[in-house]
Design a protein around this ligand. Structure first.
Ligand code: GLN
Length: 546
């Protein structure tokens, strides 16, 4: 079958959950046996979100092939279990960069370079790139994908998204109704004073799309209250959409219920029918439903602290989701409490971390809040509370150990203090000549050889070689390794090619592990991450003992 393209746009407001709808549709098509990918096209000008402050755009997600991307790619992977690649996340900046580079090379043979057709052509090329690209883990001789779902970032009406909308308008026209389809996600607000749900914003948004030459075939209406058939019929009537193709997406207790809700209303079946495919039997989604069932049954609560500097849910999205997956499979609901590391002191740490069965020391950059992370690391170590340090969190565990156990009171990372005398965390050799910030860290998946007999090795089911994703410039300084090991902090995993320490642990404690990599990027609904599983288990065991 020739690749079919589904475009998902959003109207009325941002944050309606386009990413979740895209991921859910991907999941449903995958469950029908189709080979799919989901990609995100973002209208902002940064080349990638790697240089963005998490307050701007939430967490930066990292693909196995080393691209810093939008956090929606995390949803795509968690829902489908399919690894995304650098071509699944494209920004206006990247589009312009490639067009400008080509212009400088003289590839356009004297033509005037314009938004239409040059930018729109580049968008169209990139939208179609993933369909037949032999990407990660795919056989180069494989047939092209069946479906490519493209989520367009931003909201209809934004100046920035115009070229993307023009590109998908053209593609729909060129490919025809059986190979391209538009889904529009809008919002139906409830006016409490009038006691009414209002469809006017949806009508206006669809009109705006129609004005750009795009007629959505399917509408997904985000709402906090159930929409009546009458209301859906009204929307259908005003927007030139069949009533069966007006789907509602109510608030649900979990984002993981969305695929089931979408399936119940036939979102996937409608898309297939519109594209000329007889949908056939409805897939059972067995393992997915089992996960939802476990989630419902998991009523006991385990409290986990999140020691970080960003008081924003989206900043640590993948960590929160990984904790939730592991909680569910361990029969618990994870309640996370944000602990602001900037306000953490020796005096208040006991009170701030009181009641937590364990805590995660979060990743990050720069000096802000690091002393609080070091205090948390010390508290976890000296009180034997399960402590999970991720990337910067692991580095802070190392610094704390150097300061308080090895006796190097001035130990630090050279990121924080360039000329620190005890640089237990230091800039990686290959980073020393780098001057550009964007996309130049150690990024993507690297192999790691686990130390036989370590807690981590046990947690990974005694695998000797694992593969995990990285995003950092600094590393454990091997000059100090012997001293750390002699005093009880052990290296539990190294990169076999570069000999970099990727995991540290203190075996004499119940659970005290730091990873230089980010395990949170690879926990999915059907495959919770083994380290998060083991961490939550240790937290539950510890809480039971206490
Ligand atoms: N700032 C640290 C480094 O660059 C850690 C990065 C992170 O936590 N992702 O090495």
């Amino acid at each position: 079958m020739q690749t079919k393209y589904i475009f998902i746009t959003g109207g009325v407001a941002s944050s309606l959950g386009k990413g979740i709808i895209s991921a859910s549709l991907g999941k449903l098509l995958q469950a029908r046996g189709y080979r799919i990918t989901i990609q995100k096209f973002d209208p902002y000008i940064n080349i990638d979100p790697g240089t963005l402050n998490p307050y701007e755009h939430g967490e930066c997600y990292v693909t196995a092939d080393g691209m810093e991307t939008d956090l929606d790619l995390g949803h795509y992977e968690r829902f489908t279990g399919i690894e995304t690649t650098r071509d699944n996340s494209v920004t206006t900046g990247r589009i312009y960069l490639s067009v400008i580079e080509r212009e400088r090379r003289g590839d356009y043979l004297g033509k005037t370079i314009q938004v239409v057709p040059h930018i729109t052509d580049e968008i169209k090329r990139r939208i179609q790139l993933n369909a037949s690209k032999p990407s990660l883990g795919r056989d180069p001789n494989e047939q092209p994908l069946d479906f490519v779902i493209t989520e367009i970032g931003g909201t209809i009406g934004d100046i920035e998204s115009q070229p993307f909308l023009e590109a998908i308008r053209q593609l729909r026209w060129e490919l025809g109704p059986t190979r391209a389809l538009n889904i529009h996600l809008t919002y139906v607000p409830y006016l409490a004073a009038a006691g009414e749900l209002k469809t006017k914003p949806t009508q206006t948004s669809v009109k705006q799309l129609q004005g750009l030459g795009i007629q959505p075939e399917v509408l997904v209406l985000r709402t906090e209250h159930t929409l009546s058939d009458e209301l859906r019929a009204k929307v259908a009537h005003f927007c030139n959409v069949e009533v069966q193709a007006v789907i509602q997406s109510q608030d649900l207790p979990s984002i993981y219920e969305v695929p089931v809700n979408m399936q119940r209303q036939g979102l996937d079946a409608i898309c297939l029918k519109k594209m000329g495919i007889e949908p056939g039997p409805v897939p059972e989604l067995g393992p997915w439903r089992k996960f939802l069932e476990l989630r419902k049954q998991a009523t006991r609560i385990i409290q986990i602290g999140l020691v970080g500097k960003y008081d924003l849910q989206d900043a640590y999205k993948s960590i929160l989701e990984s904790l939730a997956h592991a909680g569910t499979y361990n029969g618990y609901k994870v309640k996370t409490t944000f602990v602001n590391s900037e306000q953490l002191t020796r005096e208040n740490v006991a009170e701030q971390l009181a009641g937590m069965a364990g805590f995660v020391i979060c990743p990050g950059f720069g000096t802000r809040g690091i002393e609080g992370k070091i205090i948390a690391a010390e508290y976890g170590r000296t009180h034997d509370i399960p402590t999970f340090g991720i990337c910067l969190g692991m580095q802070m565990m190392v610094i704390e150990f150097a300061r308080n156990v090895l006796g190097f009171a001035d130990a630090n990372s050279s990121e924080m203090e360039r000329s620190t005398p005890h640089n237990v965390i230091d800039l990686m050799e290959e980073q020393k000549s780098i001057t550009q910030m964007g996309g130049t860290m150690r990024l993507g998946a690297y192999e790691c050889q686990l130390t036989k007999g370590s807690r981590t090795w046990q947690a990974y089911g005694q695998q000797s070689l694992i593969r995990e994703r990285h995003r950092h410039r600094y590393e454990f300084n091997n000059q100090y390794l012997d001293e750390f090991e002699q005093h009880g902090m052990k290296c539990a995993g190294v990169n076999p090619a570069a000999n970099l320490v990727e995991i540290v642990e203190i075996p004499s404690l119940h659970w005290y592990i730091g990873t230089q990599f980010h395990p949170e990027y690879s926990s999915t609904v059907l495959h919770p991450h083994p380290l998060f599983m083991d961490f939550i288990k240790a937290c539950i065991d510890g809480a039971a003992e206490a």
